[in-house]
Design a protein around this ligand. Sequence first.
Ligand code: THG
Length: 756
Amino acid sequence: MSVVNIRDNFLIFDGAMGTMLQKYGLKAGELPELLNLTDPETVLKIHREYVAAGSDVITANTFGANRKKLGSAVSPETVISAGIKLAKKSGAKYVALDIGPIGALLKPLGTLSFEEAYDIFKQEVIAGVKAGADIVLIETMSDLSEIKAAILAAKENSSLPVFATMTFAEDGRTFLGTSPEIAAVNMSGLGADAVGVNCSLGPKDLVPIVRKIAEYTDLPIMVQANAGLPKIENGKTVYEITPSEYAESVELMIQAGVSVIGGCCGTDPDYIREIRKLTASRSPIKREVKKRTVFTSAQNLVELDGTVAVVGERINPTGKKKLKAALREKNYSYILSEAISQQEHGADILDVNAGLPEIDEVETLKALIGEIQAVTPLPLQIDSSSPEAIEQAARIYCGKPLINSVNGKEENMKAIFPIVSKYGAAVIGLTLDENGIPETAQGRLEIARKIVDTAAEYGIGREDIIIDCLVLTASTSQEIVCETLKAVSLVKEHLGVKTVLGVSNVSFGLPNRELINSTFLAAAFGAGLDMPILNPLSEKYMQVADTFKVLNAQDKKAEAFINKYANTAPAAQESFQTSDLDIGKIIISGRKSAAKEATEALLKTKTPMEIIDGEFIPALDIVGDKFEKGEIFLPQLMSSAEAVKVGFEVLKSLNDSSVADEKGTILLATVKGDIHDIGKNIVKMLLENYGYNIIDLGKDVDPRLVADTVKEKNIGLVGLSALMTTTVENMAETIRILRAECPTCKIIVGGPVLNA
Ligand code: THG
């Protein structure tokens, strides 16, 4: 950190900008960032108040200064340059370039590609560097892909310290389902200098989130909480939490390890003054953070901690005609059903291999990873022998992947370790080198040691290395099969690393492979194997794994084992069989690409309305129920909605009058002054799924237009959305007009600053 040593000192940021602008009477109506150009005095005045209150860092008014939000009227460079200049003029010790979310969803939920998002952030970073920022602050992120793009853009286009925070909802996850632990692991792995949480909730509710972050990163932790939710009192907006209450919660966060502190929505210089007082002549606590072996998607975290995890091997074309054909024809539907069935059979991680000589592996692997991540939350293992394919896949992968693999050859380590280090991945190390696979366990241990030592030179800790002692075939290498097991024990004992094995290799060329594989698997668990790569559709292997989880005290009180095996009649296991044409399952698992064919098949026996009411809606209800329970998150909900949409399109194309407008029309709008339409668009999609006709007036919609459209189209129900504390007032205004002019029209509202 060139700016300041934040391990040993507190660093105080400023508080909210929007709330302060409101205090100075500015009405919502345009992007607050434009005030850098139209009302620089007010922006400067607010910065100066924060400096006077004790802020070390002033955050430039550049949160939404990206080309997507600004449109064509003014460039990000102009807004950012003016914003940084004002922040510097305030007399701040340090100035942060502020980077907020783009305001549009990335694939697969939206249309923005990872590289487009990267480019948008890159432009902001370059402008910020040029204008003289000291820190890049990336904040209020909900999408792990988006924050990954932003951190990479900051790291690759500046040498500034990068502070990164995400925003969590009441269920303790971001609205795309990322937990604080996953956020901490990923932001740290990508090279942020401080990580944490902002916005979200009041400070008290952030304490447990901070504690979770603290368990998964040894970096300095940053917090900028809200002053609770806004309330209107005597026509004035006030916030639930007072400055001294805020400080009380900050004290708890300091004890949990926080050292970089500021405020978000609703906070003002009084809050910063309290924080300054609280941290005066103190130092952050010293933390001891456990080293952990973890892999994540955006939503799942798999940790090896005396526990075992199963890697599903089936997305690998080697020896599989059907998969080869699917890869060649880009028939991802088949591959996705392989992903889902492995998940349903209990895999914890999926290996993904797209290595076929006749296809473009880089593009295919990238596409495959994007598609698979849209339908399953399992972390992925990127399996390729091409460093180029590994790098490109690791770059767009959403989460912390496990790279399969590196080996002990100097050249290979030189190619792979920089990728592992840069993207914060974990990596499988194969115990082979220029001289091949050593016969003895001792020889394999020496290669494993070389891998671990060389990785350290790249800053890769041994917790991120999983050693594969390599299984040879019992039919041709019978004498040395047990050397592999011995090597597993040696490597664990002497190097303290975790281990992986491709189990099914052992039985090539022999009959009853399942018996050999499952016996070997049990022996390997006994030798200390942490991660078998196997076919999870084999009942025997999963039974061995389920049993070992009881024996190693991983399956606490054998609860999972009892649930699965007590009184299970064989019939109960049949629900495992996923038919490729079951539309309900296709919707629930969100396989858009399979929905068309399945709907067409159903039309042979059912009417469109029977399909909607008897298949689509019940499946969506199940999805909605899982969402409510926190079993699935927004990305899965959206994938399911996409699948239904494809089905609906098939039905609509029949021009059957019973399909159209059955349930009536709803009008949706994001209120005036607010350009955030992600939530509204999701609501629109789901309502359409349930058969409603939607009139979408878009964003920044004048109350007049809402009322006129209601009257003209005789609308009975209006949905209004507002994201910002500054625009809820325009929601109230729209409601007043509707109440006065369209008294029978019902209104629903949504947005993060609304409560019951
Ligand atoms: N170590 C590491 N990675 C690996 C391996 C390893 N990746 C590839 C391989 N070995 C593990 N993956 C597979 C994938 C498919 C098959 C076997 C191993 C496979 N097996 C049966 C066959 O050959 O016919 C079919 C099994 C079945 O589906 O029933 O196709 O050792 N790090």
